[in-house]
Design a protein around this ligand. Structure first.
Ligand code: 13P
Ligand code: SF4
Length: 330
């Protein structure tokens, strides 16, 4: 988790740098005004803004107080004492914040910011899986609804999935909803994993051929991917990890050229953070993450919409699954 406690001037300057080649002077002036308005609203309402690594640079650098991957932002949401937590990410992330800190007002700028993984499974599916595999504990990737969090035994994220699976007592584990993440974990554990076939609509688009072609064109590039990619892809990378772990790898490896197999804005944000690193080839866009825009963030804070509401039962059961993961750690 990174605290981005820059001055207003520094925020605006960083955003201008990020969009130097893509936005007009008029568009940048509009962006600057929005950032100023949001900063004022944050102070007025004692609000904190969390920004996932997939937010566009204006949201990420312009207004986020904390940035990070799902695990880091969950911890931060739990500890926050702000009156309002505005979660700039997708809906399941805002729900996670509500479960972990139910006393706060949790807002999301667009409640339609979903996730193909989250939408691939229902609590009834969990019930049937338990019936079919009696005794096996159910671990769900954090990319799932609050109802699923309440229905399973423990949560994991891309940063700690192997550790969570290995911490379970039984030899057989049910893992939902990401089939590719489960297969990537299966390669690193002796447990037998029962797999649910959900997919991330962004990461499923990468193929081993993307890496083979890049290795020919850019032989010295480090290839980095998210574990939501197919195992045929991850077996060819130099590093596979959570969104924040990918950033840390670039820093620690002192990579000069990088092929990043993940969401486009992550590359944009890393390009701003590491201006001397060359990011090669294309990327894929998550349409859900892209629903969060600076104008919607301003409206969300101004009108205190859209608030996340969950039943006390879902909060209590979901919290148990999340706290079990947080106790295991990274
Ligand atoms: P991270 O937990 O690695 O940030 O991933 C979240 C996500 O939605 C990736 O697609
Ligand atoms: Fe869901 Fe994939 Fe978008 Fe992440 S990138 S929010 S897993 S659809």
């Amino acid at each position: 988790m990174a605290r981005w406690s820059a001055t207003l001037d520094k925020r605006i300057q960083t955003v201008k740098q990020a969009y130097a080649n893509t936005k007009t002077a008029e568009e940048l002036a509009e962006t600057e005004t929005l950032i100023e308005e949001i900063e004022a609203l944050k102070k007025e309402k004692n609000a904190v803004i969390l920004g996932h690594n997939y937010m566009t640079p204006d949201v990420f650098w312009g207004v986020s107080d904390f940035t990070g991957d799902s695990l880091e932002l969950s911890r931060l949401a739990m500890e926050s004492e702000a009156d309002i937590i505005l979660f700039n990410g997708v809906y399941f992330m805002a729900e996670t914040a509500k479960i972990l800190n139910p006393a706060r007002k949790i807002l999301i700028a667009d409640p339609k910011a979903g996730c193909s993984l989250s939408e691939s499974i229902t609590p009834e599916d969990i019930r049937l899986l338990r019936e079919r595999h009696p005794g096996a504990e159910v671990v769900s990737y954090i990319n799932c609804s609050a109802d699923i969090k309440a229905a399973v035994d423990v949560i994991c994220t891309s940063a700690n999935a192997v550790k969570v699976v290995n911490s379970l007592k039984g030899d057989t584990v049910i893992m939902v909803p990401d089939g590719y993440l489960a297969r990537n974990v299966q390669k690193q554990t002796d447990k037998k994993i029962i797999i649910w076939e959900g997919k991330c609509m962004v990461h499923e688009l990468y193929t081993p051929l993307d890496i083979d072609a890049a290795r020919v064109q850019w032989p010295s590039a480090k290839v980095i991917a998210h574990p939501e990619c197919h195992p045929n892809v991850t077996e060819k990378t130099d590093f596979t990890g959570s969104t924040s772990q990918m950033g840390k790898y670039i820093q620690d490896s002192k990579a000069e050229q990088v092929l990043l197999l993940t969401e486009c804005s992550m590359g944009d944000n890393l390009r701003t953070e590491f201006p001397t690193v060359e990011f090669v080839s294309g990327c894929q866009t998550c349409p859900h993450m892209k629903k969060i825009t600076l104008a919607k963030v301003r409206d969300s804070l101004k009108n205190e919409t859209f608030e996340v509401h969950l039943s006390p039962e879902v909060i209590e059961k979901g919290r148990h699954s999340l706290e079990r993961m947080l106790a295991i750690g990274r």
